[in-house]
Design a protein around this ligand. Structure first.
Ligand SMILES: Nc1ncnc2c1ncn2[C@@H]1O[C@H](COP(=O)(O)OP(=O)(O)O)[C@@H](O)[C@H]1O
Ligand SMILES: Nc1ccn([C@@H]2O[C@H](COP(=O)(O)O)[C@@H](O)[C@H]2O)c(=O)n1
Length: 305
């Protein structure tokens, strides 16, 4: 397993508290969207495991996963009372603190250490007693039902994944999870699902699938897709450690391989590694696409060949 710790440094200009010569890591930011109980957290966990990060002390991790649930906004007393009766819509975009989510992700991209509260589903509130400290990392996964909903947040991701699990399976997983782990009773879970969760999925979450670079049918069961994504992350990190600069990410994701004279030139003129990595990745994807395991949405800049 490669050591991701040496993957990249980004020299920041003066500002945001960074000294002129501070070398900071700017992570590869991956958004993971999908309906409730589609397997977003499980997919993130598998990616971390395959990158050898799951068992590691969190202060040492080079790959971290953050939940959008930590950015639910604080409820007013009246809203809290509604939430306790299952009458608050936690699946509507207004339930989230968009500005805090945006500024936190920006700070993460600048390589700053950030602190994120965990979320307590039993009390429907943020838990500031259990704060997750996110140290500068090489890869940050940000997962949640509406991570692609807000345009300016969507634009921050280097890679966008959508976990696509059918709604019957998701409901069948959500019911026991909410009863066993989130302190709910069956009636409340089903009422909330029919009143808020299902309609909001159709209105706000499902339409964001079109923004994904990669759609993962069946979630964590799709080991082929997960292997490929992990390989892509490794290739990116290898490429970045050779050439430095997060600027290479734009090259990596948006290169038009069919364009004559496409701008392959890396800092040292040797760009064959990047080129081959993209070719290898896209060829495998094309093959898998035919098997229906894994496919790209229509990002015209991604190389299909
Ligand atoms: N492939 C799978 N097979 C069986 N159970 C799964 C699978 N993926 C997730 N689950 C279970 O379904 C529930 C929701 O999964 P989770 O990954 O937390 O979804 P999300 O993060 O999208 O809400 C959890 O209890 C989890 O253990
Ligand atoms: N107090 C809350 C907050 C959120 N929810 C539900 O959680 C779902 C999102 O989390 P997933 O892990 O399922 O993606 C969302 O559908 C909310 O309905 C809640 O029930 N209570």
């Amino acid at each position: 397993m490669q050591d991701l710790r040496n993957a990249d440094t980004l020299r920041l200009p003066n500002g945001d508290g960074a000294a002129a010569n501070d070398e900071v890591k700017s992570p590869f930011l991956i958004g993971v969207a999908g309906g409730t109980a589609s397997g977003k957290s499980t997919v993130c966990k598998k990616i971390m495991e395959q990158l050898g990060q799951a068992e590691m002390d969190h202060t040492q991790r080079q790959v971290v996963s953050i939940s959008q649930d930590s950015f639910y906004r604080e409820l007013t007393p009246a809203e809290k009372a509604k939430a306790q009766k299952g009458l608050f819509n936690f699946d509507h975009p207004d339930a989230f603190n968009e500005e805090l989510m945006y500024s936190t992700l920006q700070n993460i991209l600048k390589g700053h250490k950030v602190e994120i509260p965990s979320y307590d589903y039993r009390t429907n509130s943020l838990d500031f007693e259990n704060v997750l400290v996110i140290y500068p990392a090489d890869v940050v996964l940000f997962e949640g039902i509406l991570v692609f909903y807000f345009p300016k947040i969507r634009e921050l991701f280097h890679m966008k994944l959508f976990v696509d699990t059918d709604s019957d399976t998701r409901l069948a997983r959500r019911v026991p999870r909410d009863i066993n782990e989130r302190g709910r009773d069956l009636d409340a879970v089903l009422t909330q699902y029919m009143t808020f969760v299902k309609p909001a999925f159709e209105e706000f979450c499902s339409p964001t699938k079109k923004f994904a670079d990669v759609i993962i049918p069946r979630g964590a069961d799709n080991t082929v897709a997960i292997d490929l994504i992990v390989q892509h992350i490794r290739d990116f990190l290898n490429n970045r450690s050779r050439h430095g600069s997060t600027g290479n990410m734009a090259l990596y994701m948006n290169l038009d391989l069919n364009a004559t004279g496409a701008g392959f030139a890396g800092p040292d003129g040797s760009n064959l590694g990047t080129y081959n990595a993209i070719r290898r990745f896209s060829t495998i994807c094309k093959e898998l696409n035919m098997q229906g395991n894994y496919f790209f949405e229509t990002n015209k800049n991604l190389p299909y060949h």
